[in-house]
Design a protein around this ligand. Structure first.
Ligand code: 5RP
Length: 227
């Protein structure tokens, strides 16, 4: 059911693409809808930087130019979705295991636009959706012990090896009251590659497809003066 609302939000996001842009592209079902709408404005886009093999393959269907994040130092705008988003535009991401590339590319991007359906909005992150962490495989038992101390319940995501050759732990039952602090703390645990909390680099614009078919757009303070 949420797919309809992902689609209308994706459609609304198209207007945030300026001519000759370099665009960062996230991963997941919402972004797949978004990519499939981009061919309409193909001539206005200079190129893409993709966060996953799946998104790259979608972009290739339309022969879009694709750049590697290691050869690019500026991205105009990054489009992605989230597993959960709070009122401060802080997010849990990584449901598709692409969190490391998503963090790198969103960090390079000038503007981060998060496209969601209404179901992704929460008051407190981590109560419903687990928090994913990409870790070096040899650090597994150490990281498990450190995460237990946080009060969460870490579980190995079975059968998943990331594009960087690492494993994913999902931490259940966290009440994330201070996302920036927790992101910093988990990043400091030896063996952690990336935590799927996007609080330090939160979204700049959130486009939501609501259940009544309306679209809500929320912008952070630095963008409030723009359209
Ligand atoms: C992938 C992500 C996705 O943005 C998140 O999982 C949401 O996915 P979907 O659009 O399928 O609901 O973070 O790593």
């Amino acid at each position: 059911m949420s797919n309809k609302f992902k689609k209308i939000a994706s459609q609304a996001a198209l207007k945030y693409i300026n001519n000759n842009s370099i665009i960062g592209i996230g991963s997941g079902t919402t972004i797949k809808y978004f990519i499939n709408m981009l061919f309409k404005i193909k001539n206005r886009i200079n190129g893409f930087v993709s966060t996953s093999i799946t998104s790259t393959n979608e972009l290739k269907k339309y022969n879009f130019p694709i750049y590697d994040s290691s050869e690019i130092d500026f991205i105009d705008v990054y489009f992605d979705s989230a597993d959960e988003i709070n009122n401060n535009m802080e997010m849990i991401k990584g449901g598709g295991a692409a969190l490391t590339n998503e963090k790198i590319i969103s960090s390079i991007a000038n503007i981060f636009i998060c496209i969601v359906d209404q179901s992704k909005h929460v008051n407190i992150l981590g109560k419903i959706h687990p928090l994913p962490i990409e870790i070096i495989p040899t650090a597994k038992s150490y990281v498990f012990k450190e995460l237990f101390k946080l009060g969460g319940l870490p579980k190995l995501r079975e059968g998943i090896i990331t594009e960087h050759g690492n494993i994913i732990l999902d931490i259940y039952h966290l009440d994330i009251i201070e996302p920036i602090k927790l992101e910093k703390y988990i990043n400091s645990i030896a063996g952690v590659v990336t935590v799927g909390l996007f609080a330090n680099r939160c979204a700049d614009i959130v486009i939501t497809g609501n259940y009544d078919y309306t679209i809500s757009v929320k912008k952070n303070i630095k963008l409030l003066s723009s359209n």
